[in-house]
Design a protein around this ligand. Structure first.
Ligand SMILES: *[C@@H]1O[C@H](CO)[C@@H](O)[C@H](O)[C@H]1NC(C)=O
Ligand SMILES: *[C@@H]1O[C@H](CO)[C@@H](O)[C@H](O)[C@H]1NC(C)=O
Ligand SMILES: *[C@@H]1O[C@H](CO)[C@@H](O)[C@H](O)[C@H]1NC(C)=O
Ligand SMILES: *[C@@H]1O[C@H](CO)[C@@H](O)[C@H](O)[C@H]1NC(C)=O
Ligand SMILES: *[C@@H]1O[C@H](CO)[C@@H](O)[C@H](O)[C@H]1NC(C)=O
Ligand SMILES: *[C@@H]1O[C@H](CO)[C@@H](O)[C@H](O)[C@H]1NC(C)=O
Length: 388
């Protein structure tokens, strides 16, 4: 009796045939083999059962053998969905900037998330070292676990001393020395954004410094950001020497003077714009080469780039309050004596701005620049004026 090879080979390889033994001999041999097999099975089971009895539930034989075979065969965890959606537990990775920015620029193409994604706010602290206002932030975050994440960029030489109960504990990212007014400060901001983007649940990205304090409670801030149609970054066209005066024609064709913008660097952007900042390698080289002091790159790079890339997504204002009323090239720094009930009223009342295309009396969620000495009066006045 002859059988043809499988249908795949049909016609292609007619010589492939399978011979089968004569039918009479088969049952007898097969029966013998089967019997032998059954006997072996019985012996094996008996030995196994007695071993399990002897060593109790946690038989070395079974657990350790299966474990070692498993490890030697696969050598690592099987691909697990959790791995894609769980934020990194340790922020101290070993990626350099090009690797990090590349990794952070990944965007899922499917609109729906196959899990319950609770959007979070990433609070990114760009600091030299200590966070003197940490206690007010601790209070601000209290009771809102799962709705925020924290990232701190400080001088690489700084060794933080936060207790394990602190929201800032182990939230330091691999940092590098950065200098105000130079591209290294934008690099630090991109590094913060990129680290925060690695957590797929982060939806808003807030840049803060050690002198920033909250001007609302967490609930108000969360709602304000999550419902906003626009991202917040100061971006205005200043015709003077400190605005358009810093523009260089060498930036053409990437940047036209009509698109040149100025603004303070304290931005609040959504995930889409955060990725836009991290992925940019079109404008970056131009600003690196042609915006050097007295062109302060941190005042122009992001506002200009985002104005070109996503003008309709910008509110063109920041929600970080700062006081320019004292004049001079720098905004006022407040000390202990400044933080009074009158001060709080002055800052919080009479706000008037556009929010989602409507007049709003809530314009600022954060403020600067608060000296370390303001901590005590801020903590004292927060319950009455800030709602936490
Ligand atoms: C199983 O193997 C591990 C090491 O791989 C060893 O530490 C452990 O003691 C073993 N278990 C038993 C029950 O012998
Ligand atoms: C990062 O590391 C890769 C591979 O070692 C290297 O090619 C790249 O130039 C590095 N980038 C930076 C910014 O150091
Ligand atoms: C810059 O843009 C304006 C319009 O916004 C255009 O009229 C002008 O020609 C552009 N300049 C250059 C050098 O391309
Ligand atoms: C922000 O400015 C851009 C142009 O610079 C403009 O297109 C956009 O409409 C402005 N956003 C708002 C909310 O007015
Ligand atoms: C806010 O400002 C707009 C225009 O700048 C004005 O029309 C409006 O009356 C002001 N609202 C309040 C409450 O002051
Ligand atoms: C947050 O502040 C708002 C406005 O000040 C207040 O109405 C609200 O009760 C506060 N929320 C909490 C949880 O304290």
């Amino acid at each position: 009796m002859q059988l043809r090879g499988s249908s795949l080979e049909e016609g292609k390889n007619p010589t492939v045939t399978v011979k089968i033994n004569q039918p009479r001999v088969m049952p007898h041999r097969l029966l013998k083999l089967l019997l032998l097999f059954l006997v072996l099975c019985f012996i094996f089971s008996a030995v196994t059962i007695s071993l399990i009895r002897h060593f109790g539930g946690q038989s070395i034989f079974v657990t350790n053998m299966s474990r070692t075979t498993f490890l030697s065969c696969i050598d690592e965890e099987p691909l697990n969905f959790d791995r894609w959606i769980r934020p990194p537990t340790n922020l101290l990775h070993s990626m350099n900037d090009s690797e990090l920015l590349w990794r952070a620029s990944f965007i899922p193409q499917r609109k729906e998330y196959p899990f319950k994604r609770v959007p979070k706010i990433a609070f990114m602290f760009l600091t030299k070292g200590p966070l003197p206002l940490a206690p007010i932030w601790e209070r601000f975050f209290r009771g809102h676990d799962g709705l925020y994440s924290i990232y701190v960029h400080s001088l690489p030489s700084f060794k933080p001393q936060f207790p394990s109960s602190s929201v800032f504990y182990k939230r330091q990212i691999p940092s590098q020395v950065s200098e105000w007014g130079r591209m290294s400060i934008c690099d630090a901001e991109r590094r913060l954004l990129a680290n925060a983007l690695l957590d797929i649940s982060n939806e808003w990205f807030i840049l803060l410094s050690e002198s920033c304090a909250p001007l609302s409670n967490f609930t108000v801030a969360y709602q304000y950001l999550m419902k906003s149609k626009y991202s917040f970054i100061g971006a205005f066209d200043d015709p003077g020497p400190h605005g358009r005066g810093r523009y260089k024609e060498n930036m053409l064709p990437e940047v036209n003077i009509s698109e040149w913008r100025k603004g303070s660097q304290w931005f609040e952007v959504n995930r889409k714009l955060a990725i836009s900042i991290v992925e940019d390698n079109k404008f970056y080289p131009k600003f690196l080469e042609f915006c050097r002091p007295p062109c302060y790159v941190d005042e122009h790079y992001f506002p200009t780039m985002l104005t070109i890339r996503a003008p309709t997504m910008l509110a063109n204002r920041s929600i970080t309050w700062v006081d320019w009323s004292r004049g001079g090239p720098h905004p006022a720094t407040f000390g202990r004596g400044d933080i009074t009930e009158e001060f709080m009223k002055r800052v919080l009342e009479h706000q008037n701005c556009t929010y989602n295309g409507q007049q709003s009396s809530v314009c600022y969620l954060f403020g600067r620049k608060f000296a370390p000495s303001t901590l005590e009066p801020l903590l004292l006045l927060a319950p009455k004026y800030l709602g936490f």
